[in-house]
Design a protein around this ligand. Structure first.
Ligand SMILES: [Zn+2]
Length: 235
């Protein structure tokens, strides 16, 4: 795990601005998994990417996740809070991803490259088919998998890569509605990186204006000193 400094966080934010969310997740993942060569990041199982992003989140902003979600039935704003530690396994998984042998086929876990191949598809079922086809060897488009085989693959995916698809059970106190919401660590972390970058730039702006300091000079100050100068500027 390499934790970006404030200056590196600004550079990270800037280079992620124009990227597709899948590439952005890999950009963040590269920080959390310096042990994985850049060209192999897209072939990490999706759960390994999510795990890396949750660990980076904890290193950058602490373990506590807090967010507001609107009830999908009545629109009431719900405060949700949880700890990254509740979602993470005790140790980082670095063993080779498992494969499933079934009915003469071999299935592997989906990765970011598979996700990217289906990213432009509007039909969710067609996208799921595309993922399945890419993760199955050998397979031709004529191969038809029975419902039973599909169910076994799905159960295997859930058990082998539980962090690939994170879900939270939510309930609304106002109307009693209970539902499951997807938790996407990449977009969650990216929002926080954005907020943090904007906050840093606002600090640079205030101190540059007051004292004529440059961006590197402001960022070279410890957060404690910067905060005292900001208090004096704003007093
Ligand atoms: Zn509600």
């Amino acid at each position: 795990m390499r934790t970006p400094s404030e200056r590196e966080l600004l550079a990270l934010w800037e280079s992620g601005l124009t990227r597709h969310p899948i590439d952005r997740a890999l950009l963040l993942c590269a920080w959390a998994r310096p042990d994985v060569p850049g060209n192999e990041l897209a072939h990490l199982p999706l759960g390994a990417v999510n795990e890396a992003l949750l660990r980076l989140r904890r290193a950058l902003f602490g373990p506590r996740l807090q967010a507001q979600v609107a009830c999908e039935r009545c629109g009431e704003a719900l405060e949700i809070g949880l700890s990254v530690d509740e979602l993470l396994p005790a140790s980082q998984g670095t063993s080779p991803p498992p494969v499933l042998q079934l009915e003469g086929f071999e299935f592997r876990l989906p990765d970011s490259a598979d996700l990217a191949s289906a990213a432009g598809m509007v039909d969710a079922r067609a996208a799921a088919e595309q993922l399945l086809e890419r993760c199955c060897l050998p397979r031709s488009p004529e191969t038809v998998l029975s419902d039973e085989v599909r169910a076994r693959i799905e159960a295997w995916l859930e058990a082998s890569d539980p962090l690939a698809d994170l879900r939270l059970q939510l309930s609304c106190e106002a109307c009693g509605h209970v539902w499951t919401a997807a938790l996407d660590p990449a977009s969650w972390l990216w929002d926080e990186v954005q907020r943090s970058a904007r906050h840093l730039l606002a600090q640079v702006h205030a101190l540059a204006r007051a004292y004529g300091w440059t961006e590197p000079q402001v960022l070279a100050l410890t957060p404690q000193r910067r905060s005292i100068y900001l208090d004096m500027v704003q007093a």
